[in-house]
Ligand binder design. Sequence first.
Ligand SMILES: [Zn+2]
Length: 135
Amino acid sequence: MRERLARFMQGRYGVDQFSNFLTVAALFLLVIAFFIPVPRMRSGMNSLAVLVFAYSYYRILSRNHGRRYAEYQSFLKYSRQFRYYFQKKKSRMQQRRTHKIFRCPSCRQAIRIPRGKGKIAITCPKCHTEFIRRS
Ligand SMILES: [Zn+2]
């Protein structure tokens, strides 16, 4: 069985981040569809989810590697800002345990200060404004 699957997948493009994204997006659409009260809109959303699923599997099973790789690259290109935004959020969340992040009152620059240092004077590295905060 496993051998047959391996033979079936031979020469095919396989899974990449784009197909993972499509699969998740399709599931997301199905969940949204579940909550749509209008039957016609709901079935439209379901069809869209099925199409996205189908496209994801079409890509995974495709033998045209060049084309799929190009799609993957443009996916990476267009999702870069998104991914960057979430990475930044995630790293902020992790840093919150050990650091506090303040905004400079005059230039809005984010300044990271270690926690537990008491009341301290902070000098903005960008505009050199000094302000006092509890760390
Ligand atoms: Zn500043």
